[in-house]
Design a protein around this ligand. Structure first.
Ligand SMILES: Cc1cc2nc3c(=O)[nH]c(=O)nc-3n(C[C@H](O)[C@H](O)[C@H](O)COP(=O)(O)O)c2cc1C
Length: 196
């Protein structure tokens, strides 16, 4: 057994990370399509949740997902823009741990254009009347939650992650490999192998 060619150099690893991420945005069956996002709660406690991975811009080092601007995570990010994203690709035996800062996008020309391109079932997620995470007497159906004339657009928002670092781990019987990539504020990359 030998290592994939890409994993012989830090440049090869970095290029393969972006390839995996770009593919994960498009491929709904990829485990990378539903990463875990970490934020810091207003109580200082860690918070995790699954999201659908919606965008990857390697040039800008940005990742993106959609969310409800009424949700607790939005309030968390407004108070503290530190954010992390975790990916695990079981077949490829790869883990990516991304850290960075969140840029919150709400009510812009771009969110409106996106909203206008979404089908009604995607829009319904944002048309629910109950604020996400708020107590209710009993569970209600989607039809009940979205009944009536009201627009979901005010709740529709996007979170852009400006990546500051990626920790890459590849599991292999002949020896795990791990590397870290850190970008300075001017975009300069510092990369090195680390003990797995
Ligand atoms: C497969 C899956 C995909 C999800 N996708 C999203 C998503 O794209 N955006 C989102 O805000 N929540 C998504 N959720 C729900 C979140 O995991 C979470 O339960 C919800 O957003 C409330 O999180 P919060 O209380 O931290 O704000 C998804 C959950 C699952 C299981």
């Amino acid at each position: 057994m030998s290592y994939p060619e890409d994993y012989q150099t830090l440049e090869g690893v970095e290029a393969s990370i972006w390839r995996h991420l770009r593919r994960a945005v498009k491929d709904r069956r990829s485990p990378g399509h539903t990463p875990t996002v970490g934020t810091v709660g207003t109580d200082g406690e860690p918070r995790l949740r699954t999201v659908v991975f919606r965008g990857c811009e390697p040039e800008q080092r940005e990742l993106m997902f959609h969310t409800d601007a009424r949700s607790p995570k939005w309030a968390n990010l407004k108070a503290n823009n530190r954010i992390a994203m975790h990916f695990y690709f079981p077949k490829q035996k790869l883990q990516f741990r991304v850290q960075g800062t969140a840029r919150l996008e709400h009510n812009t020309d771009a969110t409106l254009a996106k909203w206008n391109s979404m089908n009604s079932s995607a829009r319904d997620c944002y048309r629910v009347k109950t604020t996400p995470g708020s107590p209710i007497d009993e569970p209600r159906s989607r039809a009940e939650e979205t009944a009536g004339e009201h627009d979901g657009y005010p709740a529709f928002a996007r979170v852009h992650i400006q990546i500051q670092s990626i920790d890459w781990l590849y599991l292999a019987a002949i020896g795990h490999r791990r590397a870290q990539f850190t970008w300075g504020s001017d975009g300069t990359l510092n990369s090195h192998w680390v003990g797995p």
